[in-house]
Design a protein around this ligand. Structure first.
Ligand code: SF4
Ligand code: SF3
Length: 518
């Protein structure tokens, strides 16, 4: 096997025997085959407009190869058979060799892989919008185009051009998902989220798919089963269309990489509807359920009819386990008990006047966007320390699961605003971009001239597509860590540093000093 798509790539180079994520060599091989089959399908589609069922297949096929999503070979076989059948129906063949994905000149492999991983991330976002009935022709068309490029020869300059084109398409995709989520559930409103687990049966839901959560809330309502969010589901509490359910209680645990510890012998059921699923420990494997694109051998996969998930097995498990006897007080990783979320673009722009006044009066000197994916590496304490050490006249904007490094800290207020503003999930990077553009507008300058610095953490392929969007928008001097992607070759890194000022994170003290001197 060879896989180097996430931040856990062994030795900072790649996983070759077994994935650090728990993916087997067989599964990795099947994911490569599936990717190659998707390239063949895209070639067979050519410039025709495919059917919606083909679009859905391409999104699910790409999504199934994202880190910590699908570990189940039989489901990958099913997808592979569907993709090949559709390719044959369109008159195509099995031409693209999976081995070709990771071979060739180091810089070309680097650039081509970056595009492929970005495409996988975007497919996940496109899928979430698709299940809410929203598609964008340019986004869907680019999924096919991007796949076709895997089989094409390009110069370094041409690959870089494609990455920038893709970054702008991914912005459209995040806009599409923003519209789908806010259209279905309203605009997020600032909301305090409890970390106390009440007595009685409960289900924990982890992932990014808000529609799946809504269906779980409907199916558990009146059944005596409470629902708690986990990981990237936390921002769901802020949506009016979801917070109205009285059985949506609070948030359980922290970011994905702590799940094997936090779910140990948990007396409730756990449902994963997207990444990040880790191989479950025996102490809780019997109570973990997967849905939609997520799958793991031996775990019950929730059945679905016309996309509507039947949560009965999880509900029955939660009722049988019975939950905690007494209230269970959990905390964040720093011991804090209160989480606040819901500072999406609508909420922040609603107080734009106060934000602008706070900057003009000098109460707020700098905005730090500290966000992205969390992970297991010890160096990720950097993000906690950076936020803890940032001065009282800074506002911290955050999003995605990296927020769990500091979202239980009490950072107080500045200029009448909370100092820590959780914008939402990783895809709400769209909201962050809108907020930055609105600030630039208000101060009549470019985003790069604002007192705003981006310090990002990355783990998997959704972060790759978001980074490409930020670069395509011309946003410069982004700091990225905790380590650089294994798939970025030294020469490609050189280009990113030179053209975009992309910088690896250093120490919290040195980085803060440099940022605040801006
Ligand atoms: Fe390794 Fe990450 Fe690939 Fe898993 S997804 S095999 S940890 S590089
Ligand atoms: Fe987290 Fe997996 Fe990336 Fe959506 S849940 S941000 S890592």
């Amino acid at each position: 096997m060879f896989c180097f798509q996430c931040e856990q790539a062994v030795g900072g180079k790649g996983c070759t025997k077994v994935g650090a994520c728990g993916k087997s060599a067989t599964t990795a091989g099947k994911q490569d085959e599936l990717t190659a089959a998707l390239v063949d399908l895209a070639l067979a589609v050519g410039d025709k407009t495919p059917e919606v069922s083909t679009d859905s297949l391409v999104m699910r096929g790409l999504f199934a190869t994202v880190t910590n999503v699908n570990f189940d070979d039989s489901r990958l076989d099913e997808l592979l058979a569907q993709v090949r059948a559709e390719t044959r129906r369109l008159g195509g063949g099995q031409d693209f060799d999976a081995a070709g994905l990771w071979q060739g000149d180091a810089d070309i492999v680097s650039l081509r892989s970056t595009l492929l991983f970005g495409l996988r991330g975007m497919a996940a976002y496109a899928w979430h919008a698709f299940v809410l009935g929203k598609t964008d022709a340019a986004v869907t068309a680019w999924l096919y185009k991007g796949l076709r490029e895997m089989a094409a020869e390009h110069t370094v300059a041409e690959w870089l051009g494609l990455l920038m084109e893709f970054g702008l398409v991914n912005l459209k995709c995040m806009e599409l998902l923003d519209g789908a989520n806010t259209g279905a559930f309203g605009h997020p409103v600032p909301t305090k989220v409890s970390t106390v687990i009440e007595p009685g049966p409960f289900i924990i839901i982890s992932g990014h798919d808000l529609l799946d959560l809504k269906e779980l809330l409907e199916q558990t309502e009146g059944r005596g089963v409470n629902v708690y969010t986990h990981g990237e589901m936390l921002p769901a509490h802020a949506y009016p269309g979801l917070k109205k359910y009285s059985n949506l209680k609070g948030n359980f645990g922290t970011a994905w990489q702590n799940q094997q510890k936090e779910f140990d012998a948990v007396p409730g059921a756990v449902v994963f509807n997207t990444n990040c699923l880790m191989p479950p420990k025996p102490s809780y494997a019997d109570r973990v359920f997967t849905s939609a694109v997520v799958a793991y051998p031996g775990l019950v996969h929730l059945p679905a009819t016309d996309g509507r998930i039947d949560y009965t097995p999880a509900i029955e498990k939660a009722l049988a386990l019975g939950g905690y006897q007494e209230s269970c007080e959990l905390t964040g990783i720093n011991g804090g008990k209160e989480l606040t979320t819901g500072f999406g673009r609508d909420a922040v722009m609603g107080v734009a006047g106060a934000v602008i006044d706070a900057v003009k009066s000098g109460a707020v000197k700098h905005f730090l966007l500290v966000g992205g994916c969390d992970g297991a590496r010890p160096g990720r304490n950097y993000y906690t320390e950076l936020v803890e050490k940032s001065p009282a006249d800074t506002v911290i904007l955050t999003l995605a699961c990296g927020k769990y490094r500091f979202n239980d800290l009490d950072l107080g207020t500045v200029g009448g605003l909370p100092r820590l503003l959780d914008i939402g999930q990783c895809n709400d990077a769209y909201s962050a971009i809108k907020i930055a553009l609105a600030l630039a507008d208000a101060f009549e300058c470019g985003v790069n001239d604002l007192p705003l610095s981006l310090v990002l953490s990355w783990y998997e392929q959704k972060a790759v597509c978001i980074l490409l969007t930020l670069l395509a928008l011309g946003i410069k001097n982004i700091r990225i860590g905790p380590t650089l992607p294994a798939f970025i070759s030294p020469n490609v890194l050189g280009v990113l540093v030179e053209q975009f000022g992309l910088t690896p994170v250093g120490t919290p003290e040195a980085d803060l000093a440099a940022i605040l001197a801006k």
